[in-house]
Design a protein around this ligand. Structure first.
Ligand code: NAP
Length: 279
């Protein structure tokens, strides 16, 4: 029988689309751990009760996905520094009857670039497209890694201003019509908008505006090569896709719940790429 301490979950609403069970299931099997990781549909109105039940220790912890990340942060008993900075939780664990919250999206974003574009953090200026939940995690990572200037560009400029206020010095807010000028001396362009996702062929900014040294990354990973990444690659710029962020953000949670730090391998990536292609 599986011990309660070796059980973890991902909760969200809807939840059927989540690839987290595939990622954690792969690691449980690879490391021969007698544990489980299940997807649970938790609509927003049921989240409070779900988190209260966690305190009884039925699960070691789990992931939180849309639309519950902000509410889970508020309902948890303790937050780590990343969750506090971002104001949202994607990873929970239970210790001594208390629910602890972290946000590993920042870690996942940076670890993906560490793996696929070593030295990326030596850039000075980053342009971040979008100001939603994922942008918060990206801006936190860029601040942590020492970017001197982080320029947030968003369709709804007031959301970019809120983010700039939240993260303070070195972070500024802009409209899309300023994007060309903002890109001209940028070292890094990050897309966190949903433009280019699934069947959307849109490009949120033209890579032609960037200098030759610039790195372009898109956190959208369906499709794996978004129209932005295709255009940037066509212009000869280095690009990194968003799947590694998803894989790396899962590492700290698995380690906490199951006691082993898992590796992001080519085999795991290939498994999730096949899943993306099949859906
Ligand atoms: P969100 O909070 O809903 O934010 C969406 C962002 O996209 C907002 O800035 C929004 O601008 C912008 N946007 C949407 N449609 C647009 C359009 N037609 N033109 C210009 N801007 C548009 O979503 P999120 O949670 O931040 O997620 C954003 C994307 O990141 C999603 O595709 C998600 O799948 C992906 N993601 C990937 C990972 C990963 O691990 N790789 C992790 C998290 C999220 P407004 O403010 O003007 O509406």
């Amino acid at each position: 029988m599986v011990e309660a301490v070796n059980k973890a979950f991902v909760c969200g609403h809807p939840i059927a689309h989540s690839r987290s069970p595939k990622i954690h299931g792969y690691w449980l099997k690879t490391y021969g751990i007698d544990g489980s990781y299940v997807a649970i549909d938790v609509p927003p109105q049921a989240l409070r009760g779900f988190i209260e039940d966690l305190r009884s220790g039925a699960f070691a912890g789990g992931n939180v996905t849309l639309p519950n990340k902000e509410a889970a942060f508020l309902l948890a008993d303790r937050h780590d520094a990343a969750a506090d900075a971002i104001g949202a939780a994607n990873t929970l664990w239970v210790a001594d009857g208390l629910v602890h919250a972290s946000n590993t999206d920042s870690y996942g974003f940076a670890a993906n670039l560490d793996e696929n574009a070593p030295g990326w953090h030596r850039g000075r200026i980053a342009v971040v497209l979008g100001a939603g939940g994922a942008a918060r995690a990206v801006v936190h990572a860029l601040k942590e890694r020492g970017f001197a200037e982080i320029r947030i560009v968003n369709r709804t400029v007031v959301r970019a201003e809120e983010l700039a206020d939240r993260f303070g010095a070195r972070v500024s807010a802009h409209r899309f019509d300023a994007c060309r000028e903002l890109c001209a001396d940028a070292d890094l362009l990050v897309n966190t908008t949903s433009v280019g996702m699934s069947d959307d062929r849109g490009i949120p900014a033209d890579p032609a505006w960037l200098p030759d040294r610039a790195l372009v990354t898109d956190i959208v990973y369906v499709p794996l090569e978004t129209p932005l990444l295709a255009a940037a690659g066509g212009r000869g710029l280095k690009t990194v896709d968003g799947l590694g962020m998803l894989l790396h953000q899962a590492v700290p949670g698995f380690q906490r719940w199951f006691g082993r730090r898992p590796a992001v391998t080519k085999e795991l990536r290939d498994l999730i790429v096949r899943d993306i292609q099949q859906r």
